[in-house]
Write a protein that binds this ligand. Structure first.
Ligand SMILES: [Zn+2]
Length: 188
């Protein structure tokens, strides 16, 4: 994991704020944990429509908790070869701030690798955190800052029912950071 380069002046305050916010309120009622389990079962049974339904439920519960508008989701069999501009694109998903649509795919385009449940849920949480950046924090853009990754990890570990992990970072050129895995894993 690597952070984005700091943006130009106008967006720098929001970027710095995104970098600084390393915690995220989490629902105390376990609803996301329950729904995450149904996503896992749907993936195991290979039912795409069940998987999409469970993801929709997850996003609805999360949007409700964070008091943001609902976002929509599409679960695709494979990654589209052409990915639109202005979408933040990861290996297993993307998010469009204009349409508030998350897309997740079960396989990568080139190597056709199947996404594991852990990666799938982690991508779902990651894309939802882009949604939060625009709708809850009101940022003009959604950067991959250290804070962003930490918030996405908090949501993921909560939903997965695993212990939260503090991320440690090492500086790289251009004001960017890469995750220091040995240190991060040692502290877990
Ligand atoms: Zn992203």
């Amino acid at each position: 994991m690597l952070t984005d380069s700091p943006p130009r002046k106008a967006n720098l305050p929001a970027f710095t704020e995104s970098d600084r916010i390393t915690t995220l309120d989490l629902p105390q009622d376990g609803i996301l944990v329950t729904i995450a389990k149904s996503i896992e079962s749907a993936m195991e049974s290979g039912a795409g429509s069940d998987c999409r339904r469970a993801c929709t439920e997850f996003l609805h519960a999360a949007s409700n908790f964070y008091k943001v508008p609902d976002c929509d989701i599409r679960v695709l069999a494979a990654r589209p070869l052409r990915v639109r501009e202005n979408w933040t694109t990861e290996i297993f998903g993307d998010y469009s701030p204009e349409t508030m649509l998350i897309r997740l795919w079960m396989r990568t385009a080139v190597r056709k690798e199947i996404t594991s449940f852990g990666t799938f849920l982690s991508t779902l949480c990651h894309e939802f955190c882009h949604h939060l950046d625009f709708q809850r924090f009101g940022f003009a853009d959604s950067w991959h800052t250290r804070g962003f990754y930490q918030r996405a990890a908090a949501l993921y570990h909560h939903a997965r029912g695993t212990a939260p992990k503090r991320l440690f970072w090492a500086p790289v050129a251009g004001g960017r950071w890469r995750i220091d895995w040995p240190r991060t894993n040692r502290s877990a």
